[in-house]
Unconditional design. Structure first.
Length: 238
């Protein structure tokens, strides 16, 4: 039987989450909305929801095939996906292969510097406090996740880096940095939320042209065109 959408559970900055008639599953509706600077800059781009929904499905399936447990079940429509319902950790896991963005602002390091080994950072999901950077002690003390779950998140995040760096490089793209969110279901840590150009940075390997949400953040134009270009290079059906 097809899963049916019930009430809205949550409406975030880019997706709306729906409860379904199966309590173990949710529907993610990828809207055309794009936000930056903790929701202060918002714009709607035609087709962005559809592109991100399909982009996310493609990446989640690649990761699952490589042995990463994810919440993704299947595409339901142009802008909707069915996922396993998780108890999300209020944490963002960021890996950086090249220095840019907030790392450069915070530490004064040169934009574009190769980071070897890559840098791992945790942020607290709290827009009102501008997603402050936190460490494992904060996570443990405040009970946002237990030490075993923290280890799992770090392990999966680095394994995902190894998988996706190669995937993007073969498409002529540098995976500069990205953000992941994880959740728990029945004692298992699973990758949740999304992997799209909204939550990562991708540069052309030769020209270092930005092909991700920085085009929106910095008003460079061609936002959906850049996302489509990445999808095309990956051989993704759109
Ligand atoms: P941000 O952009 O900082 O992630 P947001 O809440 O505005 O915040 P959206 O992508 O618009 O982001 O909202 C989607 C919400 O759904 C997020 O809060 C995310 O943690 C949550 N979510 C994603 N996958 C699942 C899942 N499988 N189970 C439960 N919640 C999920
Ligand atoms: P970061 O450089 O900290 O953010 P900014 O320069 O936009 O302040 O972001 C690192 C990467 O993680 C980048 O690809 C964007 C992604 N990210 C999100 O998508 N959402 C977030 O809340 C955070 C902290 C990072």
């Amino acid at each position: 039987m097809a899963t049916r959408k019930q009430s809205e559970l949550y409406s975030g900055k880019a997706k709306t989450v729906y409860i379904t008639d199966d309590p173990t599953q949710l529907i993610l509706y990828f809207r055309d909305d794009t936000s930056a600077f903790d929701g202060k800059k918002i714009e709607r781009f035609s087709r962005k929801g559809e592109i991100n929904n399909k982009f996310n499905a493609f990446i989640m399936e690649k990761l699952a095939a490589a042995g990463i447990p994810t919440h993704f079940e299947r595409l339901l429509s142009e802008q909707e996906s069915l996922v396993k319902r998780l108890e999300m950790f209020p944490i963002e896991c960021v890996v950086r292969n090249i220095a840019t963005g907030s790392l450069c602002r915070r530490l004064g390091v040169q934009d574009g510097l190769d980071l070897d080994p890559p840098v791992f950072e945790f942020f607290l999901k709290d827009d009102a406090r501008h997603d402050p950077m936190i460490n494992e002690y904060h996570i443990r003390t405040f009970g946002w996740a237990n030490p075993k779950q923290v280890e799992q998140m770090k392990e999966y995040t680095f394994r995902i880096n190894d998988i996706l760096k190669v995937l993007f490089l073969e498409a002529g793209l540098l995976l500069v940095d990205y953000k992941l969110e994880f959740g728990d279901v029945q004692g298992q840590v699973l990758l949740g939320d999304e992997f799209t150009p909204d939550g990562c940075r991708l540069w052309d390997v030769k020209t270092r042209e930005k092909l991700d949400k920085d085009r929106f953040r910095h008003g460079l134009g061609g936002v959906t065109e850049a996302y489509e270009e990445v999808a095309r290079r990956l051989g993704m059906p759109l």
